[in-house]
Design a protein around this ligand. Structure first.
Ligand SMILES: Nc1nc2c(ncn2[C@@H]2O[C@H](COP(=O)(O)OP(=O)(O)OP(=O)(O)O)[C@@H](O)[C@H]2O)c(=O)[nH]1
Ligand SMILES: [Mg+2]
Ligand SMILES: [Zn+2]
Length: 363
């Protein structure tokens, strides 16, 4: 019998699953009969919670939990640490979600004004993009913004390097999107560049692979793990797009002890911002705007415009300003909605994550 099965906690195993002092500080001695566990897969409010090497509890949240949840991000998602009460050998109920270190969310696909969680508590988020027709700088920039907002460290992986003559120009374009941004070109066919990714896969660290369908996320997981742990699929001949082979998010553990979340390819990626998230990521632009002569400056032809001066001197890239304006427009409805909600419903504490993101971005 393992510690968890006895009602105790197997801390050594939890550490292998990514547990650290951030979470142990949140343990509540009054919470008897419950164990901490990590959500390794989630589908339609049903969760697989790993609590010991041999035990995964199929779990749902309590009625009380569901009642108190104000938004989709209040529910557990893959990567979350939860307090789980075992009911029998392989079932449990989830009482609470531990406060997250990082949280990646996007606007849910479709017209609804709701967020969707992509992964929780990831250290590194790999933006996976193939070097063929999928390559799109603006899309990569969107992913970057989402990851910075969520507090994780982005790493760009350009796949299928075997299909292009020279990936260097595209790598340089991507590097231009952020100071100190790490960019790798790899080929799962030839194995080129794969070694270089391993530095981001330390034992006990968690990463997630994000990107369109067919770019080779699952293929990459299999290559990095040295065995077929994820299903892969052919891409369509006519347009190089994938066929949405991976259908659910899953947290996998490699033989080396790295935790990796494979995700289904995303068709569209829209930023979710219900507060100051975007401002934090574009704090340089926000800061400059404060120095414009007029408080309502549109940064067009007003005298004393700090933004225009920065564009002219090359201090600010025009594409960065464009992205910022575009994302501001795109998220304005979300912010209006959020402003209506009572303060205590705006749960997820973003401040700490933003500070980290800003620190990292500036190197
Ligand atoms: N030429 C080439 N093909 C690759 C490479 N990596 C993956 N592929 C192919 O790309 C196709 C899609 O790979 P997957 O790993 O299933 O893609 P995915 O990103 O997981 O797709 P979804 O699960 O649908 O999101 C497969 O046919 C792979 O063999 C590579 O480095 N070079
Ligand atoms: Mg896949
Ligand atoms: Zn201005």
């Amino acid at each position: 019998m393992t510690g968890a099965e006895r009602g105790g906690i197997d801390l050594e195993f939890l550490a292998q699953l990514g547990w650290d002092s951030h979470f142990s500080a949140q343990l509540d001695p009054g919470e008897t009969g419950r164990v901490p566990g990590r959500v390794i897969s989630a589908a339609k409010r049903k969760y697989a919670v790993q609590v010991s090497p041999s035990t995964v509890l199929r779990s749902e949240v309590t009625g009380r939990f569901a009642h108190g949840a104000a938004s989709p991000s209040d529910f557990p998602s893959v990567g979350d640490w939860v307090s789980c009460e075992p009911i029998d050998a392989n079932r449990g109920v989830i009482h609470r979600v531990f406060e997250r270190k990082t949280l990646l969310v996007r606007k849910a696909a479709g017209s609804e004004l709701k967020e969707q969680v992509l992964a929780a508590n990831v250290d590194t988020a790999f933006i996976v993009s193939s070097l063929n027709n999928d390559f799109n700088l603006r899309r990569i920039e969107r992913y970057l913004t989402l990851i910075w907002m969520g507090g994780a460290t982005p790493v760009v992986v350009l796949t299928k390097a075997d299909l292009v003559q020279d990936p260097a120009p595209m790598m340089a374009d991507v590097r231009g999107l952020g100071d100190g941004l790490r960019v790798h070109a790899v080929s799962c066919r030839t194995g080129a560049g794969l070694e270089g990714l391993k530095e981001h896969l330390a034992p006990g660290s968690t990463s997630v692979l994000l990107g369109s369908s067919g770019v080779g996320k699952s293929t990459l997981v299999n290559r990095l793990f040295g065995q077929d742990v994820a299903k892969t699929g052919e891409i369509r001949d006519d347009d190089d797009r994938g066929r949405h082979t991976t259908t659910g998010r899953r947290l996998l553990r490699s033989a080396d002890g790295a935790l990796v979340i494979d995700t289904p390819g995303m068709r569209e990626l829209q930023i979710w911002d219900d507060g100051q998230g975007l401002e934090a990521v574009f704090s340089d632009i926000e800061g400059m705007a404060l120095l414009c002569k007029f408080t309502d400056c549109r940064h067009a032809d007003e005298p004393g415009c700090r933004i225009r001066a920065a564009l002219e001197s090359g201090e600010l890239a025009p594409s960065r300003l464009d992205s910022y304006r575009k994302l501001r427009r795109e998220t304005s409805a979300q912010r209006r909605e959020a402003a209506k909600a009572p303060i205590d419903k705006r749960k997820w504490k973003k401040a700490a994550a933003h500070e980290r993101a800003r620190g990292k971005k500036r190197g």
